[in-house]
Design a protein around this ligand. Structure first.
Ligand SMILES: NC(=O)c1ccc[n+]([C@@H]2O[C@H](COP(=O)([O-])OP(=O)(O)OC[C@H]3O[C@@H](n4cnc5c(N)ncnc54)[C@H](O)[C@@H]3O)[C@@H](O)[C@H]2O)c1
Length: 278
């Protein structure tokens, strides 16, 4: 018996968005280590409107290879969560192949364009932030929920942020989208509670960009705030009651728990080293 076949998600099918790198890679690998077959969705290219490079096809492959090495079935989809038709194809193909989706993790997100006060934000930049960070999760939820409802079971985990709990200067688009994601979670939790489908949200604080995961969001946030790269980690750590940045593995652990946490729905789970309770 492999470790995966004895895991907490053995026999389940999990679709993770934004899985090419960073937190998405950590979640996908954690789920695979617990026996889930994983469907890895990522835009896997740069997109207009985002001021920094996004995940790549090679990075998506790396995540897939790591998951496959754990003995589970892995499928990848290069799709933009803003593109309803592409997202629908990915969901349909998953249902054709596996018959169901047990867990959806809406993790895909972008940190910018950011760095300006509200009155200086271009309308298109505002829409871009809402489209990727909030409407993307709405679209994926809409596509996946009918199958979960038919099976009368399912778990959706949204990845918001401490930016969903408190404000951050010069980050209105991100903050509004991440607050919106918590609102979407709470409303959807009530919509689907009678149908056996749970919807919860994790709120990571400042997560360390680990080379092994190739994530780069904290570096991009620092760039938006014009922090010198050599000082940025120290600036973020200074705000952490735990005196250290959050590890992606802790976010993945929270997602794993919520994926299987019967009776927990509509929960907002900070994974922030105490940042938001100060
Ligand atoms: N890193 C942090 O400090 C931090 C803190 C709080 C919340 N978060 C949230 O965690 C999630 C993951 O962040 P990360 O740090 O791993 O960032 P990252 O930039 O390293 O990875 C994000 C992944 O999402 C993908 N993606 C972006 N837009 C997409 C789209 N439109 N369609 C499909 N895929 C898309 C990217 O290609 C990339 O692979 C995001 O939702 C982010 O807002 C991150």
């Amino acid at each position: 018996m492999t470790v995966a076949s004895a895991g907490r998600l053995a026999g389940q099918v999990a679709l993770v968005t934004g899985a090419a790198r960073g937190i998405g890679r950590a979640i996908a690998c954690r789920f695979a280590a617990e026996g889930a077959d994983v469907v890895l969705l990522d835009v896997a290219r740069d997109i207009a409107g985002c001021p920094y490079p996004l995940g790549t096809a090679a990075q998506l492959r790396t995540t897939a290879d790591r998951c496959a090495a754990l003995g589970v079935t892995v499928v990848t989809h290069e799709a933009d969560v803003r593109d309803g038709a592409a997202a629908a194809r990915a969901v349909e193909q998953t249902l054709d192949r596996f018959g169901r989706i047990d867990v959806l993790v809406n993790n895909a997100g972008v940190a910018g364009p950011s760095g300006l006060p509200v009155h200086e934000i271009a309308d298109d930049d505002w829409r871009f932030m809402i489209d990727v960070n909030l409407t993307g999760a709405f679209t994926m939820t809409k596509l996946v929920v009918p199958g979960m409802r038919r099976g009368r079971r399912g778990s959706i985990v949204n990845v918001s942020s401490t930016a969903g709990l408190v404000g951050y200067r010069h980050f209105a688009g991100y903050v509004a989208a991440k607050h919106g994601l918590i609102g979407l979670t709470r409303a959807a939790a009530l919509d689907y509670a009678p149908h056996g489908v749970r919807v919860n949200v994790v709120c990571p604080g400042s997560v360390l960009d680990e080379p092994d995961l190739e994530g780069r969001m904290l570096a991009e946030i620092a760039r938006s705030l014009q922090l010198p790269p050599e000082e940025s980690e120290e600036v973020f750590v200074r705000d952490q009651p735990t005196n250290r940045l959050v590890r992606a593995s802790a976010v993945a652990d929270a997602c794993l728990w919520l994926a299987g946490a019967g009776d927990v729905t509509g929960a907002v789970v900070p994974v922030d080293g105490g940042f938001a309770v100060r």
